[in-house]
Design a protein around this ligand. Structure first.
Ligand code: NAG
Ligand code: NAG
Length: 154
């Protein structure tokens, strides 16, 4: 059984670089390479030594599975959505910041690892998730009751 909702979010991706190399060539075929006019809260700002690479506006589903222990697990790992770009990475959330509206997924700082493929995601170090809309899991008390173990929710 699956219930669907919609999540939209803006992801701002960073790579390690020295400030001067931020003025070098930027990709032209992916996302928006203009840094978006979003104030990133200090608790989810990437550490010094990282700089903005591009932003992506995404829309879709975040799947949660109801575990036996009455908690929800969210899926992780993202792949490029650019045609012919097979690069991918795994994002581990290292800090969150409450979204202005609690019905929206918290804003977050994620550390990238397992970068694979020679594409846009190959040198990404951090992902900042801001301007989320939707995407929150149901209350844990509903896992195993309203939604049985193994239920997928998004
Ligand atoms: C960026 O957003 C702020 C706050 O919404 C606004 O005051 C400012 O004019 C914007 N700057 C640009 C360059 O759009
Ligand atoms: C609950 O189960 C999930 C999946 O097996 C696990 O990842 C998570 O750490 C568990 N949480 C607690 C609080 O035991």
């Amino acid at each position: 059984m699956i219930k669907f909702g919609i999540l939209t979010t803006l992801a701002t991706l960073f790579l390690v670089c020295v400030v001067s190399s931020c003025h070098g060539p930027v990709p032209t075929s992916i996302g928006n390479t203009e840094s978006p006019n979003v104030t990133i809260p200090s608790d989810i700002t990437p550490p010094d030594g990282n700089c903005f690479k591009f932003s992506l506006f995404t829309s879709g589903y975040l799947l949660y599975t109801c575990n036996k222990n009455k908690t929800w697990s969210a899926g992780s790992g993202i792949g490029s959505i650019i045609p012919k770009d097979t690069s991918s990475l795994v994002v581990t959330t290292s800090a969150t910041h409450p979204a202005p509206d609690s019905r929206d997924l918290p804003w977050a700082l994620g550390k990238a690892s397992n970068n694979k493929g020679d594409g846009a995601f190959k040198d990404i170090t951090y992902l900042v998730r801001v301007n989320t809309c939707g995407g929150v899991a149901p209350d844990n008390s509903l896992c195993g009751t309203t939604y049985p173990t193994g239920y997928n929710y998004s």
